[in-house]
Design a protein around this ligand. Structure first.
Ligand code: ADP
Ligand code: MG
Length: 724
């Protein structure tokens, strides 16, 4: 009760919540308190129901109606105790963000005029939102708007408490009337089944009879920017597009390397504290937080979880980052590149495969050369990444990420795998002799200070420039955009690795001499896919040349990446493992083209609006002031007016250039917006609209350096990223 009263008293949206920040709490007490998790279910559900549900989840079966009714009832009772008035099927359509439709628990008024609160098993398991307003890429005829949401019992329900009240959120998949996936979760769950099946086949070959499931574990590091909300509101480009479309660099950027891991400022610290607390209550294990490379940039990482939960949690993290910022008078920017000239934001998707009894298939042990199962898993992953590099690249593309991947910042657009010294050495031994006989081990690191302990170095250093790096017992896919769902990268990873496992098992299950066959196979795969391994500097121009020689694809933008989604190779892959049908893939490609064209169009229109209504008038204002000054000074004296005159000439010239470039942008924007075909429109937008925007930006950014700051109609980069 205390918690409830406290919460209702503290929601003064947009204001500092002082008592929130004064109160200290014990994390263990609040962790997961708003989650219908295992402990809650065990406590509240009848024993038989609990066991039934657990069994269903473990075996991945469907829940029967009676069990669902009991679960729904208890879930509702529990949620009402937390103040919940509504429930919602919380799902992830292809918009990149989550969607929800709220229904209250109330029944029609009884004869005594009172209402009951009810929630049936049917309502828990299945919802029926109107699907016509979500992207479907032509999957459903417009008259057939019916969509279904189905509970994913492997991702726990939770109660979200905020200014809108408390709502029971049920993580669900979202499908069309005919069962086609319209979301991120459905194919993700399908891909988890595929990798489970094939990984089990593989470990059985190595004599494992005890593990029942293999689950991809995912830990997502999330980068974001925080700026003052007033500055945000004063920038229409940020409001409409999430990034700045114009803006001159301040005298200082990130060149001093003084922000990364720097001391966290108090205002940001208070915000992070509040974010963590919200997340902990929702059972999200927020673990790491620090300042990132760019000024005003930060990172948050939770402890890894099974893939579908991690994907849900990443959505919750993004939502929470935004919502809590609002309460602190701040604005969280999740866009991949909010500010040109300083680093953008990404997401690192850490991925490994773990059995239900806790064995990580990516754990090499201290002597990886002896760990044959690990070596097979490793070369299968190399093969998967090499064969489907385009698809993996596509899974990390979104509109904002085009400003990072293949632009002048990390990571490069070329997919390669970093293995590190130790595994590289084992791999080289395997390829040259077919046999690995030793592993390089970590040496003792001497600090040279007697009071500090000496410690054993890891056998492998980090390489921050690789898009796909082995980091001890997991792979870290570093290409994902900060704003994007991690659903797709994980769908792709699970499926391509499932295929490589499946093909390996096809060979090995038939072998007479397993030992011999597995050695041969590892050597063969390693030799065939060695080209994907690159341990050097991924940012160097030499790598681009080298990669081209190796025949590795270098896809620099989203529009060029999309065809990999429904190429023949990808369709065959996804259909084989039941993850996507061709129709689903075609629709997704269509949606991606559409999203690209629409976003660029919004950016173009926003830019036109800002330049026309704010920048040009402000500049005219300034030129008028200069002209008046020249006249006034001349009238009063014979003093020198050459400074004003020079300024006036320069500013007027830039103003004319701005006007010309604006006209060009207006033309191409109209032309692009009128195009019918999604792909044509996307290609046109990339080739003509984005280039016209860059061209327009140039004189405007120079004007910002010249025009009186008092007259410039919006906060500068310096105001935004250095004054939080
Ligand atoms: P960094 O890469 O910045 O050094 P960490 O090594 O702490 O960060 O890990 C980053 C993320 O990787 C965290 O979310 C962590 O929980 C996750 N992680 C750690 N081990 C695994 C694993 N075996 N499988 C998947 N994710 C993991
Ligand atoms: Mg990392």
């Amino acid at each position: 009760m205390r918690a409830l009263q406290f919460r209702s008293a503290r929601f003064f949206i947009g204001e500092w919540i002082m008592d929130e920040n004064k109160e200290y709490f014990n994390v263990a007490d609040i962790f997961g308190e708003n989650v219908f998790n295992d402990a809650t279910m065990r406590e509240r559900l009848p024993k038989k129901t609990y066991q039934k549900l657990k069994e269903t989840i473990r075996l991945g079966h469907e829940l029967d109606v009676e069990t669902a009714d009991v679960v729904a009832h208890e879930m509702k009772e529990w949620a009402i105790e937390k103040g919940a008035t509504h429930y919602t099927h919380w799902f992830q359509p292809l918009t990149g963000v989550t969607a929800e439709k709220h229904d209250s628990f109330i029944t029609a008024p009884q004869s005594n005029g009172k209402v009951l609160m009810s929630f049936s098993g049917k309502e828990l398991i299945k919802g029926e939102p109107d699907a016509s307003s979500f992207p479907s890429g032509g999957l459903r005829a417009t008259f057939e708007a019916r969509g279904y949401t189905a509970w994913d019992p492997t991702s726990p329900a939770f109660v979200r408490q905020d200014a809108a009240g408390a709502t029971l959120c049920i993580p669900t998949a979202f499908c069309s009337f005919t069962g086609e996936a319209l979301d991120q979760k459905t194919p993700l769950l399908r891909s988890m089944e595929a990798i489970n099946r094939e990984a089990l086949r593989l470990i059985r070959l190595f004599g494992n009879t005890t593990s029942n499931r293999v689950v991809p574990s995912v830990g997502v590091e999330q980068e974001y920017f925080i700026i003052d909300r007033e500055n945000f509101l004063a920038r229409k480009d940020l409001v409409y597009t999430g990034r700045t479309l114009i803006g001159a660099m301040p005298p200082k950027g990130q060149e001093m390397d003084d922000h990364s891991f720097g001391a966290i400022r108090e205002r940001i610290g208070a915000y992070m504290r509040d974010v963590n607390r919200e997340l902990w209550r929702l059972g999200v294990s927020a673990k790491t937080q620090h300042n990132e490379v760019a000024p005003a940039q930060h990172e948050l990482a939770p402890i890894y979880a099974q893939a579908n939960v991690a994907v849900d949690h990443n959505q919750l993290i993004m939502e929470t980052l935004k919502k809590v910022a609002y309460r602190h008078g701040l604005q969280c920017l999740l866009h991949e590149k909010p500010f040109a000239g300083v680093n953008g934001s990404g997401k690192h998707n850490n991925w490994s495969l773990v059995t239900d009894d806790g064995i990580n298939l990516l754990e090499p042990g201290s002597t990886p050369h002896e760990n044959i199962q690990f070596l097979l898993v490793l070369v299968c992953i190399l093969k998967a990444v090499d064969e489907h590099a385009e698809l993996l690249r596509e899974s990390a593309s979104d509109v904002g990420n085009d400003f990072r991947l293949g632009a002048d910042e990390a990571p490069p657009a070329i997919i390669s795998v970093y293995l590190g010294e130790q595994l590289q050495d084992v791999l080289s031994q395997l390829i040259s002799t077919g046999l690995a006989t030793h592993s390089i081990s970590g040496e003792k690191l001497e600090t040279g200070v007697t009071t500090l302990p000496d410690f054993m170095k890891d056998a492998t250093d980090r390489n921050r420039t690789s898009p796909f790096a082995f980091t001890g017992n997991k792979f870290e896919f570093r290409m994902v955009g900060s704003e994007d769902s991690v659903g797709e990268p994980n769908i792709v990873l699970n499926t391509i690795v499932a295929e490589a496992f499946s093909e390996a098992c096809d060979v090995l299950e038939k072998a007479d001499d397993f030992e011999l066959a597995v050695h041969d196979l590892i050597k063969t795969i390693a030799s065939e896919h060695e080209r994907i391994v690159f341990n050097g500097n991924g940012y160097s121009p030499e790598w681009v040349e080298e990669a081209e020689k190796r025949g590795l694809p270098n896809i620099t933008n989203m529009v060029d990446a999309i065809p990999a989604l429904n190429s023949e190779k990808s369709v065959a892959l996804f259909e084989k493992f039941g993850v996507f049908t061709k129709a689903e893939l075609d629709s997704r490609a269509e949606i991606e083209y559409e999203i690209y064209a629409k976003k660029v169009n919004i950016e173009a229109k926003t830019m036109i609006d800002i330049i026309r209504k704010q920048i040009i008038p402000a500049t005219i204002h300034y030129t008028t002031a200069l002209a008046e000054s020249i006249n006034a000074v001349k009238a009063a004296s014979a003093a020198d007016v050459s400074t004003q005159t020079e300024m006036l000439t320069e500013v007027s010239a830039l103003l004319a250039e701005t006007r010309d470039n604006l006209r060009l942008l207006e033309e191409v924007q109209k032309e692009g917006a009128a195009m019918e075909n999604g792909r044509d429109r996307a290609v046109y937008s990339r080739d003509h609209v984005t280039t016209a925007m860059s061209k327009l930006r140039r004189p405007v950014d120079r004007l910002e350096m010249l025009v009186d700051k008092e007259m410039w109609p919006m906060p500068s980069y310096g105001d935004m990223i250095f004054e939080v």
